[in-house]
Design a protein around this ligand. Structure first.
Ligand code: 5GP
Ligand code: ZN
Length: 113
């Protein structure tokens, strides 16, 4: 739990949220400001500021997140989806607890803005 981190408060239950998925190390919930019909945030329960702050010791955790995303998408019957993790303010990161956006339900353009 990192000080004032909003996502740590969702993990601890201090702020309630409707969970989409949960296991020992990973939590997923709906983004409060969805930008696609499906917009789920998938996060490690452990506080990590962002991908750049992860390390070799997080190898299993990072794998668990990807497998959780795969399961969430499969359970929701999603075939086409995009997974995004913004690292750093310049890339669009606004919450500094590692998270992956799972986006689906509309046509995606490339390159992303
Ligand atoms: P970022 O801009 O860091 O890549 O993504 C942060 C995301 O977290 C945004 O899409 C924003 O809507 C979402 N978000 C921020 N605070 C909360 C919150 O308290 N609850 C939920 N469910 N989503 C949040
Ligand atoms: Zn946190």
């Amino acid at each position: 739990m990192a000080g004032d981190c909003i996502f740590c408060k969702l993990v601890s239950g201090e702020i309630p949220t409707a969970k989409v998925y949960e296991d020992d190390s990973v939590l997923a919930f709906q983004d409060r400001n969805p930008v696609a019909p499906t917009h789920v945030l998938v996060i490690p329960k452990k506080h990590i500021d962002g991908l750049a702050s992860s390390s070799e010791t997080d190898r299993e955790l990072l794998g668990s997140i990807q497998l959780a995303i795969r399961k969430i998408a499969a359970d929701a019957g999603l075939a086409d989806y995009r997974v995004v993790s913004n690292n750093g303010r310049g890339a669009g990161q606004s919450v500094f607890h590692l998270h992956y956006h799972l986006l689906s339900g509309r046509r995606m353009s490339w390159p992303p803005g």
